[in-house]
Write a protein of this length. Structure first.
Length: 151
């Protein structure tokens, strides 16, 4: 298992995985291309070194001067509930902390996605009490979750 930077050669695999998991809420191919070019971190989790099978990814952008925003994070359904999400999230948080300029990490998560909410809470993300209405393309609402980075 390896965590590596995503590059343009990964676009097709990333877009297919995105559509498989998020269906109507999936990012478009054009948006994914732009995020590959302009991101803080766009990391992929791969298994099988020979085939480079991507089983998940995470996209982090710099939202404000000292805020990082996890705009997309997923693990293929076949590999969920095996610790891969925790592994990738932990690695990403450590990378962000190593920058020493980010004070907060934020993300949005669908209200009904209890598995993801539990994962984020495990890493000390806190739910903002305000609900973000119609956050997703499907019209579903989201929680804003925040993690303060220790100075």
């Amino acid at each position: 298992m390896e965590i590596n930077d995503v590059d343009s050669r990964d676009l097709k695999k990333i877009v297919n995985l995105e559509q498989k998991i998020f269906k109507e809420n999936a990012f478009s191919k054009n948006l994914m291309e732009r995020l590959i070019e302009k991101n803080y971190f766009f990391l992929k989790l791969e298994i099988d070194r020979l085939k480079k099978h991507i089983i998940g990814f995470i996209i982090v952008i710099k939202d404000q001067k000292d805020v990082a925003n996890i705009v997309n994070f997923l693990i293929d359904i076949k590999f969920q509930n095996r610790g891969y999400g925790s592994y990738l999230l932990q690695h990403t948080i450590e990378q962000i902390k190593n920058l020493k300029i980010i004070k907060k990490i934020i993300l949005n998560v669908q209200l009904s996605n209890n598995i993801a909410i539990t994962l984020y809470e495990k890493f000390n993300f806190k739910r903002n009490p305000l609900i973000v209405e119609n956050y997703y393309q499907s019209g579903k609402n989201a929680y804003l979750m925040e993690l303060d980075i220790d100075s």
